[in-house]
Design a protein around this ligand. Sequence first.
Ligand SMILES: [Zn+2]
Length: 100
Amino acid sequence: MTTRPARRRRPSHARPERQFKPGCVPAPGEFLVWSGNRHFAWLDVPCVLCGRPTSLRSHAGEPAHKVCAEDWIAADPVEARRSGRFASDAQPKKPTSGHA
Ligand SMILES: [Zn+2]
């Protein structure tokens, strides 16, 4: 009996994974833009920066309060930009509509 490889139907429009790319690291003293539910997890776990429970996640999935991440950026902006550990959401390009 011959074994045939299992064929998987793969629709051409299927995307491999949802992209969750970070955008820019805000300047010290500016606010992170963490919009969207991908920054929100149901489970409260200790923040990597202050240790108190948080349901927020960075782009990399690190549990961290937004204010803690902002403080972390302000404390070492050079490292923050180099590592990109905490960054704002990538902003979708808005079409420049020329409405009068
Ligand atoms: Zn925190």
